[in-house]
Design a protein around this ligand. Structure first.
Ligand code: FES
Ligand code: FES
Length: 164
């Protein structure tokens, strides 16, 4: 591999400034897992179709299996590991646990991040809005009813908290 295929990137990862040396062909998933040992985002389809590798870059969801690590330079990146950075589970994480919204858990990090994104833009989504927003995330264990229930529960708890 030639030296010119190396590039150094700097970005903010779950609130912390970080640097990494990456090859130009490395994916976001490669750098998260191999450089930072963050394993929450997972590769399943590897084709941008399932949402298991979802991370949030500058506020937008990205398929970590397809996005290039070099493009992270200068961005703000959030992964599932950042959700409980305060030491407390995010309301979405707690609701997924309380509703049993997973079986094997392979898809869960993607669903958690997307559910959080949904509630940030629509604090009181209907069942159909939840289904529509999460349509790009696939769960092979078919935990969809519990996932929808968990998103509704998280919404109710967040809304109750904001009115308290
Ligand atoms: S592994 Fe990236 S979308 Fe499926
Ligand atoms: S809980 Fe197994 S794939 Fe979703």
């Amino acid at each position: 591999m030639s030296e010119s295929n190396n590039t150094q990137i700097s970005f903010v990862l779950n609130g912390q400034p970080v640097k990494a040396h990456v090859q130009t062909h490395h994916s976001v998933l490669d750098v998260l897992r191999n450089t930072f040992e963050l394993y929450g985002a997972r590769e399943s389809c590897g084709q941008g179709l399932c949402g298991c590798c979802t991370v949030i870059v500058d506020g937008k969801s990205v398929s970590g299996c397809l996005a290039l690590a070099a493009d992270l330079d200068g961005t703000q990146v959030e992964t599932v590991e950042g959700l409980d950075a305060s030491g407390q589970l995010d309301p979405v994480q707690q609701a997924f646990i309380d509703c049993g919204a997973f079986q094997c858990g392979f898809c869960t990090s993607g669903f958690l991040l997307m559910s959080k994104q949904l509630l940030a833009s629509n604090p009181n989504p209907t069942e159909s809005e939840i289904k529509h927003y999460l349509a790009g995330n696939l769960c092979r264990c078919a935990a969809y009813p519990e996932i929808i229930q968990a998103v509704r529960l998280a919404a109710d708890r967040i809304n109750a908290g904001s009115q308290a």
